[in-house]
Write a protein that binds this ligand. Structure first.
Ligand code: ADP
Ligand code: SF4
Length: 691
């Protein structure tokens, strides 16, 4: 297939200082959870994006000096020459596919932790800020930088830039955003200096200008110098001559850097999930930049639609389409557009499971792309998969995320696949849950897979087919895969935090009941110890129907786990806006006479009760493994039917997030014909350095 001419503009080269990006697809710097410790994993995770057609592929944040240390979060570094080879591995990998490689040099100033290096933090004026995020806060505060510190600070940037050039990076960043070092000089509430680096905007910008000029002089002949700059806070400060200080800064430095990478000052706002932001949501903080500079401008916006990308360029908002999440979900997004296969794009659903991977300090995982993070250690590729035997038949029972991904990948391998689903609609939980407020994009998990499966002649789909064990036996197949999902239970927690017996009462419901359309007489208490999205989504759904809702949770926040995927604050705001009541740090002890009985999680914290017509328990899911167990208990009958392997996957085997189910489906498809036990994966091993 050929490219739709409407998208030609996306494939125009863009000159960035001394280098030229082959197209407008730009992987902006973003951490992938590998840091410096996993060089092979990191190189492979970046390489696959270059292979997939991204014209520029950047690192995540890369510390320039031990005085900027974000441990235990996974960051990379260029502290000395020994650090260069880790980067060279990635640069070579990116260059193999004709893309440019960029490095985001970073000094956190007072906005990091230095937990590992134990060097006192330093910043423009030593003004206290929360170091990184709540939960990662530390107990140290920064000291003000003196003139010697500023000279060193400039030198560290230059030294790191030279090392970056040695690693053969094409683009070198200064990071002047998100509460990090140079940005702290820009903000009047963080910069209280009375010398030439404080006071007037001219003075506050001085350090940023000096660093860009220093880096240009040092490596600017061969490397483009990019500035990563947060605009939103500065847009709110009126300027002397222009609308805002953000306008004035861009005007002052207009053509000094070779590229402007424009972003939000808050990672939480920038990577807001699809539940809270639309594609292109950054436009209000990006769009003012281009008219003020002749240099290319890049920004993000969770862009997955080529039309939205073209619109950004034609309307003069951006020159380069920045992406982190869309490139994780589909490293081959540019190639698919180039080849007229935009229908095959595996669109990011904006769930932010990838963000939680970084917070977990492990290589990021993705709901849509199960191969992300597995490129090196398992040799998984997002587009290629070894062929299988077309005469081998596989029956998959259940077409949720696990079953669908298994069917898609087995179909791609060429097996003879049959997918049986009890309901008329495919998609399992994603079809049901995508109807919850804000979760419509989750249906992309189903749509990407069903679109492909429907074009495969070797995959048969049977809807409205609830299979029994006898049905599976009668059907006969070489391999049977059971992907029958999970069911929410009415189990509650004991006073020491473990699930105990289910509450039996006609007025007690589970999320499955509500999603199936149960009629409720409020007021409603939602007892949430699942701590992810379901409790707050149901609260929102019911409140919008006019029902009074109170969330009770043993945690100290609503949807407490969502600290990990950056949704926590937005969920809290949404609950406040909707007038949803909250009771934190309480266990539900029972439900009687129309009241939910509660007890503090703390000894001596007291008991209470809330009158309610309905109690919804959002706690434990239990795998629907009856079919699997029945088949598994009768090996003789299976053997007689010629079924050589049986396995359960996804929520049926171990309830989890959608990402886990997709991953399980993919893994099953890759290994279904392995004759030997499959080695788990390669392990990165630290090597002993010479010093
Ligand atoms: P997962 O996330 O593991 O894919 P889901 O709950 O999303 O799990 O999907 C499981 C699917 O399996 C649902 O669509 C459900 O209707 C289907 N299912 C459950 N039991 C059977 C059965 N016996 N026969 C066919 N389909 C089934
Ligand atoms: Fe997008 Fe979710 Fe994948 Fe992150 S994990 S890239 S948000 S689909």
């Amino acid at each position: 297939m050929t490219r739709n001419p409407r998208y030609d503009i996306l494939f125009e080269p863009v000159k960035i200082g001394p280098v030229t990006a082959p197209n407008r697809f730009y992987c902006t710097p973003h951490a992938l959870g590998t840091g410096q410790q996993m060089p092979h994993t990191r190189a492979a995770m970046r390489e696959v994006r270059a292979e997939g057609g991204w014209g520029v592929v950047n690192t995540g944040y890369c510390s320039i000096h031990p005085s900027s240390d974000d441990a235990p979060l996974p960051y990379c570094r260029l502290w000395d020459d020994e650090d260069i080879k880790v980067h060279a591995l990635m640069v070579d990998a990116v260059h193999r596919h004709g893309a440019l490689a960029g490095v985001e040099l970073w000094h956190g100033g007072g906005g990091t932790g230095n937990r590992l290096t134990r060097i006192p933090l330093m910043s423009a004026s030593g003004v206290s800020t929360d170091s990184t995020y709540p939960g990662w806060m530390n107990l140290t505060r920064s000291r003000p930088m003196d003139k010697q510190d500023i000279r060193e600070f400039r030198r560290w940037h230059v030294d790191a830039a030279k090392r970056a050039r040695s690693a053969e990076f094409d683009i070198v960043y200064i990071y002047a955003g998100m509460n990090f070092g140079p940005y702290q000089f820009l903000l009047p509430w963080l910069n209280k200096r009375t010398d030439e680096y404080g006071g007037s905007l001219q003075n506050r910008v001085r350090l940023m200008r000096e660093i860009v000029e220093d880096m240009k002089e040092a490596v600017g002949q061969t490397c483009a110098i990019a500035v990563r700059f947060s605009t939103d806070e500065l847009l709110n400060i009126p300027g002397q001559t222009l609308e805002s200080e953000a306008h004035e800064i861009i005007t002052m430095l207009s053509d000094v850097p070779d590229l402007w990478d424009v972003k939000s000052s808050s990672w939480v706002r920038e990577t807001a999930s699809a539940r809270f932001t639309e594609e292109g949501a950054q436009e209000p903080i990006n769009s003012f930049v281009k008219p003020l500079t002749s240099k290319p401008v890049v920004g993000v916006g969770r862009f997955t639609s080529p039309d939205a990308m073209v619109s950004q360029i034609k309307r003069g908002i951006l020159d380069l389409i920045g992406a982190a999440r869309p490139s994780i979900a589909d490293p081959f997004l540019p190639k698919k557009i180039d080849e007229g296969r935009e229908d095959e794009i595996r669109e990011c659903i904006g769930c932010n499971i990838c963000v939680s991977g970084y917070h977990d300090c492990v290589p990021v995982r993705c709901t849509q792309n199960p191969t992300m993070g597995e490129e090196w250690r398992r040799n998984w590729h997002p587009e290629r998969i070894p062929p299988g035997d077309p005469d081998t038949s596989v029956l998959i029972v259940g077409a949720g995320p696990a079953g669908l991904e298994c069917a898609r990948a087995l179909g791609q391998r060429g097996f003879a696949v049959t997918l049986a689903e009890a309901r008329e609609e495919l998609g399992g939980r994603v079809s049901i849950e995508s109807k919850l407020p804000g979760l419509a994009t989750w249906a992309r998990v189903r749509d990407y897979r069903t679109n492909l499966i429907q074009t495969m002649g070797n995959v048969d789909i049977y809807r409205g087919s609830e299979l029994s064990a006898q049905d599976v036996i009668d059907f006969g197949c070489d391999h049977a895969v059971i992907a029958t999902g999970a069911t929410w239970t009415r189990e509650i927690l004991s006073s020491n935090g473990y699930p105990v017996d289910e509450i039996e009462d006609d007025a007690v419901f589970t999320p499955d009941n509500i999603l199936a359309g149960a009629e409720l007489q409020g007021p409603v208490v939602i007892y949430d110890f699942d701590h992810y999205y379901m409790g707050s989504c149901l609260a929102e759904l019911l409140r919008k129907r006019g029902i009074e809702v109170t969330i009770v949770t043993p945690a100290n926040a609503i949807s407490a786990w969502t600290f990990m995927n950056n949704e926590l604050g937005n969920i809290r705001v949404r609950m406040i806006e909707l007038g949803i009541g909250t009771v934190f740090e309480n266990y539900l002890t029972g439900f009687s006479d129309g009241a939910a009985n509660l007890a503090s999680v703390y000894p001596g914290g007291g008991v209470s009760s809330i009158d309610c017509g309905v109690l919804i328990v959002v706690g434990v899911r239990s795998g629907n493994d009856r079919l699997y167990q029945e088949l598994n208990s009768d090996a003789g009958r299976m053997a007689d039917a010629g079924i050589s392997s049986l396995q359960s996957i996804g929520d049926c085997r171990a309830p989890g997030a959608i990402a886990h189910a997709v991953y399980a489906g993919h893994e099953c498809a890759r290994n279904i014909d392995a004759n030997e036990p499959v080695a788990p994966f390669l392990v990165e091993r630290p090597s002993l350095s010479s010093n």
